[in-house]
Design a protein around this ligand. Sequence first.
Ligand code: 2HG
Ligand code: ZN
Length: 475
Amino acid sequence: MTAPAPALAGRLREIVGVDGVLTDPADCAPFLVDHLGRCRGRAVAVVQPRSLAHVSQLLGLCDSERVGVVPHGGNTSYCGGAIPDDSGRQLVLSLKHLNRIRSVDVTNYSLTAEAGCILSQVQQAADAAGCFFPLSLGSQGSCQIGGNLSTNAGGVNVLRYGMMRDLVLGLEVVLPGGRVLEGLSSLRKDNTGYDIKSLFLGAEGTLGVITAATVKLFPQIRARATALVALPEVRAAVTLLGQLRAASGDRISSFELISRPALELATRHIPGVSDPFTAAHPWYLLCELSSARAAEPLDEVLEEALGAALTRATVLDAALVRSERERAALWKLRESIPEAQRHEGASLKHDISLPVAVLADFVTRAASWIGANVPDGRLVAYGHVGDGNLHFNISQSAGSDRERFLGRADSVRCAVHELVHEFGGSFSAEHGIGRLKVGELERYASPVELALMRAVKRAFDPHGIMNPGKVLREQ
Ligand code: 2HG
Ligand code: ZN
């Protein structure tokens, strides 16, 4: 921490009150390191506004004083997007007190939530109104909707419902300087010029501060069928995806790929997680069909489709869920893999996406490169295969040297991303750019795209105060 200039500290306190400005190092510490411990920073203060007016006044002050503002939600970013740099001159803006569900409109199937609402709070509010909000991620008990919006979060239901961007109807945003974009529209049709709100989704707080959003709701889910399926190879997952989409009338909501090493880590490190099969298999799929119609015989559809796939040897074995308890156990297996990776030691993470048609060939090529070039690492691949999104991660092997392993991070990342590029994929599927992937964006975005992004940044934030150095390098 750097002691804020007394004048600045005083003016911050005038806006948000004494309690709203943290400067004590112990109070600020949780806001200055990301949850993986990979990004650290310093800040002039952590400010916790309680209203839209507070945020507006803060951005007015910071713009005129040229103080960088780092919006901070649930701190679950994988790319350091919510952590200040180490200059000690930036301000962390925590949205945690803007945490009201402002309204639920059941007739319109929409809900308006403030940015600091925890994702699970939004899901529960939708549920209490007899509706369903489909964004679902492992960190939903702590990530905030503002962060989900700013990173265009994905998760396990994207195949059916799309990413966060697809779920947004309107936004309220405070712009640098303090102007408020009052765009909490709940219209589903509104073709009135440029889609300004879309620019804030995925901008990671570099254009303004999202303070509230109106999102789409859906009919509540009343029938589900879930199975863990054992597969001989990745290609089988893609084949099964097509077969199951057709057989179920497109009722698939989740289609999660899990490699054997990923399953092993979860069963080893997470209490209560077990492998439902007696034999070991190279790959697994957690697939779920769902419907808003209670009477839909999804279990039968899934059983029949998997039976046919077993006959064709696309599938090696399948464990169909018979109770909510069994279903929760399978989801725990899947969702605890990132935590299990942390227990195993250091890991190199690659959040990539590819056209599903080339996924299998990519995995073969990339796995063989890793086998030959990362002797102290083990491929722990898993992810949202229905969306072509793999978490192509590498965990340090037992007994290997942590620093030596991490020393390979840059060269491994370059090799993996080059291969992803060659296969027509993206180096950032759902985790964003933050500060860790700024160089990758410069490498893989076209000059035209970069020039447009920089022009947008200048237009919205001429003094460069919004989350400086994230997404785009400071100019
Ligand atoms: C998931 O799908 C998350 O579990 C985290 O996006 C992925 O830790 C990771 O690499
Ligand atoms: Zn993911």
